[in-house]
Design a protein around this ligand. Structure first.
Ligand code: F6R
Length: 604
């Protein structure tokens, strides 16, 4: 997720004009935003002109380019970039400028209509230096400035043209203010004695002030040496409350959550909104994935992946098969392209959040060499997987810091579900409505989950078993993986029908069984499996959208809302994530960095 920062020094005795050395404040702030993950960084400082420094790679690369110069100025902005449009490079790093270099802009989020805007601006003679969606903003501003608008009007007019999610900040040559606004992307202002700050997250300026104002959607902020002005869309002044942040810097990176894992579980509604954005046609209610326009319905599909991504692949393989495309999910490490039917009509999909997993990248390479068409479904722009495949679909989760994958699993499933509709040609009204409702439904689970009541009772169990059928089976596997990796407890997931073929021997009164029971499919059979484990005195925790049906069979019930059948597993998984997290927390485990595990596994 990109990080934004802005700063204007206050008028003080030592700097009566508010003209101070802004660079140090910006660079310090950017280093405080590093935890969010980034691939390039940059700053812009305004005085009579605008000076921009930006570099691909670590912040130290940027620092090396600016350390010789002490840039004084009235206003500055900075950015750490997590690529969404265009790979990491010096050119794609923010800030971006107009043709004259007199306005510089940083942006967090996605501008959905940037293609149309870019075409329009290019036709009008503007020249673009980057592949980003962001660069349309300074050129839009430039257009209004040329028409005689002042900087504030030009900024507002440009923002008016944007569709999508964004937090934007800009500085202008000859202007001593930072202008900023937001729509569905966070932006917070800091009111300090040394000056006025803005950032996408509090840690960026917590060393300077704990007095903050949370900007709301469609509000505009103007920061200058004499203070901060907040206005609404109609330019009416808005009086926003100033709040005191009580986090220490360590907590602040996690936005107050105890662990990144919990923060990322809670980020799922936003991650899914990002994944969907611009991919649902509001007019027709159909799904369209522009970057995959040239991908035809294949004869068959292979999905290759590891761990959690493999579980997302199992889910997707089922969706493709239900849409009549033969599809199989393979552990990437077990994929043998010479032993499976494969030709140019085969689509091999590598599902990998990091884009760097050696087994998955290797399987894609093999598939390529056998002539298959390849697609990476990934979170990291410019990662190895995206460079080695014919097509790429980004899941747009933002960086995931905790080793245990959570929000990326949800986004992978959503991305693959959308992909399945475009390849199979089957997209029902119920599917689109379910997709749109998903972020709010996840939020409702996060707000009301009763997992805490369950955890205390079973925290010292011998083992945990997870069962599900059909679309519930991959979730059962994922629930067990999450439980084992962060609690270090024995946990196993099974397709429920497999229980009686062996695993039932392990079931006792000290092994809680978590059953995913949807009222929409396989209900009777699942209830039969639940009875089997109850007969062995195992406590049963059900995750269900159908409480009336299961209430007589379960010791505990974790409810999820009803939705289109494709999305029930995504909702059920949120309860399982919370169950694993709360259990690990009670056991005092190292949740974000479990023993022996790494976020990105780059060896085969
Ligand atoms: C588990 C987990 C791992 C990864 C696996 C693949 O929580 O995160 O099982 O899913 O290592 O990683 P990616 O998706 O980066 O290929």
């Amino acid at each position: 997720m990109c990080g934004i920062i802005g700063y204007t020094p206050a008028q003080t005795e030592s700097q009566p004009n508010g003209n101070g050395n802004i660079l140090d404040v910006l660079l310090d702030g950017l280093s405080d935003l590093e935890y969010r993950g980034y691939d390039s960084a940059g700053v812009a400082i305004a005085n009579s002109s605008v000076t921009v420094h930006k570099r691909n790679g670590e912040l130290s690369e940027l620092e090396a380019t600016v350390s010789e110069e002490s840039v004084g100025g009235y206003a500055g902005i900075g950015h750490t970039r997590w690529s969404t449009h265009g790979p990491p490079s010096d050119e794609n790093a923010h800030p971006h400028t107009d043709c004259n270099g007199s306005v510089a802009v940083v942006h967090n989020g996605i501008i959905e209509n940037y293609r149309e805007l870019r075409e329009e601006l290019t036709a009008a003679g503007h020249e673009f230096d980057s592949q980003t969606d962001t660069e349309v903003i300074p050129h839009l501003i430039e257009t209004s400035l040329e028409q005689g608008a002042n900087v504030e009007t030009a900024f507002r007019r440009a923002i008016d043209r944007l569709e999508g999610s964004f937090a934007v900040a800009a500085v202008f040559s000859g202007s001593e203010a930072v202008y900023a606004t937001r729509n569905q992307s966070p932006l917070v202002l800091g009111i300090g004695e040394d000056g006025y700050h803005l950032a996408s997250d509090v840690p960026a300026f917590l060393d300077h002030t704990d007095q903050v104002v949370y900007l709301q959607d469609e509000q505009f902020a103007k920061l200058c040496s004499s203070g901060v002005e907040i206005t609404d869309k109609g330019r009416t002044l808005v009086d926003m409350p100033v709040k005191t942040v009580e986090w220490d810097p360590e907590e602040a990176g996690k936005s107050g959550y105890d662990h990144y894992m919990l923060k990322e579980i809670n980020e799922q509604p936003r991650a899914i909104r990002n994944c969907i954005r611009g991919r649902v046609d509001e007019m027709t209610g159909s799904i369209s994935i522009k970057e995959l326009d040239d991908l035809d319905r294949p004869e068959r599909i292979h999905l290759v992946a590891c761990g959690t991504s493999y579980h997302a692949s199992l889910y997707a393989a089922r969706l493709f098969r239900d849409g009549d495309i033969p599809a199989t999910a393979f552990y990437a490490s077990e994929y043998d392209a010479s032993a499976v039917p494969i030709n140019e009509e085969t689509l091999v999909i590598g599902v990998t959040q990091s884009g760097e997993t050696a087994d998955t990248v290797g399987a894609l390479r093999d598939a390529n060499s056998k002539g298959a068409e390849t697609l990476a479904v990934t979170n990291v722009v410019g990662g190895s997987a995206s460079r080695k495949t014919d097509h790429v679909m980004y899941i747009r989760s933002g960086p995931e810091i905790s080793v245990a994958a959570t929000k990326t699993f949800a986004s992978q499933q959503v991305a693959l579900a959308m992909l399945s509709t475009t390849l199979t040609g089957e997209c029902s009204h119920e599917f689109v409505e379910g997709l749109r409702a998903l972020p709010d439904q996840i939020q409702s689970i996060l707000d009301s989950s009763r997992v805490r009541e369950v955890v205390g009772t079973y925290v010292n169990s011998d083992a945990y078993f997870f069962i599900g059928r059909g679309y519930g089976a991959p979730v059962a596997l994922e629930g067990a993986l999450k439980m084992k990796e962060i609690t270090y407890k024995h946990a196993e997931g099974f397709p429920a029908g497999e229980l009686k073929h062996g695993p039932l021997a392990l079931v006792t009164d000290r092994t809680p069984v978590v059953a995913i029971v949807s009222g929409k499919s396989n209900t009777e059979k699942m209830l039969g499996n639940v009875k089997e484990v109850e007969a062995r005195e195992a406590p049963v925790i059900t995750v269900t959208d159908s409480p009336d049906t299961v209430e007589n069979y379960a010791d505990h019930l974790l409810q999820i809302p009803e939705t289109a059948w494709q999305f029930t597993p995504i909702l059920a998984n949120v309860q399982l994530q919370l169950l694993a997290y709360r259990t690990a927390n009670q056991l005092g485990r190292s949740i974000d960095k479990p023993r022996n595990l790494a976020k990105s596994v780059t060896v085969e």
